[in-house]
Ligand binder design. Structure first.
Ligand code: DC
Length: 224
């Protein structure tokens, strides 16, 4: 049996999950997997190909034509969709607006979870998302559930998006986040919930360094 370590980080949008996950991966030389980027890349494919989200057959067919790959450079997410680098495009608003609906589709989740579980078979990984500790890796050694004040989250996301989306407003970002929170927590398929054994990390008033120290403290007992 493989005894690799899995760190599962779940939580609301723009809570700093990826910042923490990357910092952990860098410090411990783990592989970082941004599961949200996978749903975003699928959403981009559906958008480009006008896939009708209510048409189960069309969705299933489209999923067969979606080939995703991660390329790790400096612990940043580089994802390809059918060999095309789409890391920037998946962060733009058209994808952000569609991705919750795409990630609520049963067949999409089954395919993504299968691929994510394969990535965690033999290597030490940190994966962030919404269902990592509950569905993808229920036996993960460390599970962290992140939260933060919604206004702070919107401000953080705005700062991140503004350089690439010059017309964007803070209100728009706040609305998009609120809408995604609602969809993520109320959807039928794997809604965002805290795993019973997940540790809550509210980072409203914590620096990235403090969050990293907290997480390392939880992971250390599993390192040999
Ligand atoms: O983390 P993010 O904002 O990039 O995620 C994009 C969308 O994908 C978000 O609306 C929730 C969804 N998602 C999911 O349903 N399950 C995951 N494991 C990761 C993301």
């Amino acid at each position: 049996m493989s005894n690799n370590i899995i760190v599962a980080i779940d939580g609301y949008s723009s809570c700093g999950k990826s910042t923490l996950a990357k910092a952990i991966a860098k410090k411990l030389h783990f592989i970082y997997v941004d599961s949200g980027a996978m749903y975003r890349a699928v959403a981009l494919y559906f958008l480009r190909n006008n896939i009708d989200l209510d048409n189960t057959q069309q969705v299933a067919q489209a999923l067969q034509n979606v080939h995703l790959n991660f390329h790790s450079r400096d612990y940043e997410t580089h994802i390809t969709l059918n060999d095309e680098e789409v890391s920037d495009e998946i962060r733009l608003m058209p994808v952000s607006d569609l991705v919750s609906a795409v990630s609520a589709i049963h067949d999409v989740r089954v395919e993504m979870v299968k691929q994510q579980q394969r990535m965690g078979q033999s290597k030490n990984i940190v994966m962030d998302g919404r269902d990592i500790g509950t569905v993808v890796f229920p036996a993960a050694q460390v599970k962290i559930f992140m939260t933060a004040d919604p206004k702070i989250r919107a401000e953080r996301r705005f700062k991140e998006l503004a350089p690439k989306n010059p017309d964007i407003t803070l209100e728009e970002v706040f609305e998009n986040l609120a809408h995604r929170d609602y969809q993520d927590t109320t959807r039928k398929e794997s809604p965002l919930t805290r795993a019973e054994d997940a540790i809550i990390l509210d980072n409203t008033d914590l620096t990235p360094e403090e969050q990293l120290a907290f997480a390392l403290g939880k992971i250390k007992p599993f390192l040999n």
